[in-house]
Design a binder for this molecule. Sequence first.
Ligand code: AMP
Length: 396
Amino acid sequence: MRSIDDLNFEDKKALIRVDFNVPMNDKFQITDTTRIDASIPTIMKILGDGGSVILMSHLGRPKQGPEEKFSLKHLVNYLSEKLNTKVKFADDCIGESAINLSSSLNSGEVLLLENLRFYKEETKGDETFAKILASLGDVYVNDAFGTAHRAHASTAIIAKYFPGNKVAGYIMLNELSNIDAVLNETKRPFTAILGGAKVSGKVEVINSLLHKVDNLLIGGGMMFTFIKALGGNIGNSIVEDDLLELAKNTIEGAKIMDVNLYLPFDTIIADNFSNDAEMLTCNADDIPDEWMGLDIGEEACKKYIDVILKSKTILWNGPMGVFEMPKFETGTKLIGKAVGEATHNGSFSLIGGGDTVAAINKYNLSNDVSYVSTGGGAMLEYIEGKILPGVQALED
Ligand code: AMP
């Protein structure tokens, strides 16, 4: 796979697939700019070479055609400020405006295209759509690691129209090398911390991690599927009953593979799913009916922190509790701090997944960990050992 550093972009129009899928409030203000900020070095390299830049991205999940709340025009001001240049905007990613504005683009200029997913052809991987997009630029740069696990028109199909002229941007290169470092140059003990609401979507990665890690710490809503599988009472906690058998097999698999699989001893329970709820601590396998576990408890935190501080490689995906509510954020916060402390003591830590990254930012820990991945699903699939279509397309 060629790197952006292998090309000189002088007088070239670089068509960059970025991941500008950023959260916005109802006033269309960007509430977390991490993904845009991360793309700046790639854009600056091209402008610095004397090239011009055409940015394309998706935003949200529009159902049928254009929707105001998913328009990328809301990003233009922030991007212009960040790049210190007036960013142009094409209100249709393949329409007349995109074609005219890109053909008249001069060196040093930046054009942002409207949301790719306003066309269903994008997610369908439509050839014609990809070909029209491809006609806008001279070189294709893929810097959208977060969507590299999708064979969409702009992430994979388009690459074939740029033989010899397709490269990976800095985000893509950094993501791959940091995950490779965790998987291939692992310093032991290697600990994976998994949380979040559900086991589904993480089943494959859990099974693949059993072959790699020394410790697996489980928290978040997903812990209750494991605890119920072992016969515990989980009250009203979130659970996936269709995955109980699988959870049991994972616990058995961990034993066979000599992996220490930890489940929280205690949990913070609530009488309803809200920050105003009554809260108590109880054993995680003895939750009264009508109550639900919304965070890991103090004993669990102590144990997990102890394991984390003894680890040399740490991978973290998924919050330990409903950290969005202050009453149930302690587990996630303390685990985040412990990962930061382990990193300061020389461990390598990789954090991924939208909610985990949000948690890391909420507690100002992003500079205390080794690497924050911009891709949740893509990171998990890469760890599973799957070939990512977006990466493959740059290699063919
Ligand atoms: P995921 O997308 O599967 O990583 O899930 C992230 C979400 O899991 C976050 O929004 C958390 O609020 C939620 N979560 C974490 N712990 C729990 C829990 N014990 N019960 C319900 N939701 C949870």
